[in-house]
Design a protein around this ligand. Sequence first.
Ligand SMILES: [Zn+2]
Length: 258
Amino acid sequence: MLIDSHAHVASEKFDGDRNAALQRAWDAGLSHVVVIGETSVAARDLARTDPRRLSFTAGVHPHEAHQFDATRDSALIHALVTDGAVAIGECGLDYYYDHSPRAQQLDAFQSQLDIAAVTGLPVVVHTRLAEDDTQRLMRASAARGVVGVLHCFTGSVVLAHAAIEIGWYISFSGIATFKTWERDDVVVAVPDAQLLVETDSPYLAPVPHRGKRNEPAFLPDTVARLATVRGTTTQELSELTARNAIRFFRLDLPTSSN
Ligand SMILES: [Zn+2]
């Protein structure tokens, strides 16, 4: 068992070879991929083609927050939840790129945390150079029962501990294989039960695929690196993080491969 908890396989970057890329993922030992969606129906429609191995989320990325329309987008997200979305997101705050004004990022993020609170679904959070605001909103939503994952984690130990303390999950991507990676302290700090793994494909291909388009089939390279840091085996970390993904997203899947 191995689950990619975050892949943009509905993106147009996969238009040329989506089925072949997914086949490579199954051949590489993946059992399931969570397709990160937007407020379009593409992720939903893709997941419907193979519901046992694909599920989907619905949300608005902080880069797109300038286009966020609370009434329209909340309605779309709620409709996708009715259609079976397993999480809200990805949403969050990105003060590194600042592709959208921060006030609008905060609005869009808060709206989606509200939807998570109302629907009881988990939330997939993107956060970069926005630790104070992220902590504040994440703690407030946790007090309303929202569980989230800080995806593609590159933040500080302080942010990681804040998330761990409120029961949120932390997910690592191929960045953890880069020479420039310096957050092994966080990799070992995350409790077994709160750890997820992801590719974030088509972005951030792990070593030795760096520079290529990323795809779910490359996930084992990241898992191998994380397993080394945590003093476990690739096999055990695959099974552990798959069980965590099944619990987090409440996937209707068996929790063991036997
Ligand atoms: Zn993403």
